[in-house]
Design a protein around this ligand. Sequence first.
Ligand code: UDP
Length: 339
Amino acid sequence: MKSRKTISLVAGGAGFIGSHLCRALLDRGDEVICLDNLQTARNFNLEGLERHRDFTFLRADIVDPLPDAVMRRRDIGRIYNLACAASPPQYQADPEHTMLTSVMGTDRLLRLAEQNGARFLLTSTSEVYGDPEAHPQQEEYRGWVNCTGPRACYDEGKRAAEAMAFDFARLGRADVRVARIFNTYGPNMHPDDGRVISNLICQTLSGRAITIYGDGSQTRSFCFVSDMVDGLMRLMEAPMPDLVPVNLGNPQEYRIVDLIDHIVAATGISPGIVHEPLPTDDPRRRRPDIARARSLLGWEPRVALEEGLRITCAFFAEELGADLPATRESLSRLSVAAE
Ligand code: UDP
């Protein structure tokens, strides 16, 4: 007898990570329902996915009541919540909406999970650790978040969403997973996303000076998107002995100024540099401790920054119409971006 397909709902499925996740779920044989308000996503990310017969796109904002086509269902098996602007300039543009996306949106999706008996995965964030005093950040660390600052709409929204997910689980209302995602990059990012990797690559490729905020000594750890999607899918499927969040990110840590040499190597261009003020509450350092993901999921990032940047530069060169030998070569080896 033919086994039935798993029906997976991906909120935020037209976004950067969400679009790669939808592709990976379709490749695995799932039927995928993608909800997205297209606030920060692009139609580009849906092209290709929409040609797949098992893919359905519904334009919807999870702050609002979910579409009838979703609410009528009782056969959804997996619900991934990736819906929320994640770049500081974008999530700060409408902070009330950002907070509600995490709180109201997660509540609606958790209720949908309860109604379907579906497993629910929340994509939380390294931002729950705020500007961390503990380094690297383990899941036990409770964070140092400024609840009145400009990042609070995102950080506190995600912290509240985590609280709600764990309460649903404790009450037996839904089987939940919580991933704390650290900085992630790769094809399908928006050129105007505003985050450091997309900014530096797009500025370099279009002949502009790159913007370094502050002196660039602050650190981040960058995970390539295919590794992140692999981690999310493993987390969703793994048995979880305890009700705990799991860090997902690449533990290799870089100062922001260190990225400059990597961008030069990946593009073959030496850009000018301008320093701009450090944004308020910008975390000084960030690096995941991934011992828990290693032991529970058998997960480990595999794509080194050099390789990931080459692929991402190739993607943006294509997007921006920048013709560079360094990127042409990588593009021919790549299938991750344009399918
Ligand atoms: N940053 C930078 N130049 C840019 C964009 C960001 O120097 O054009 C810095 C930013 O101040 C932060 C780091 O790069 O310290 C990562 O910023 P991003 O917005 O990518 O993500 P965050 O981890 O802050 O959410």
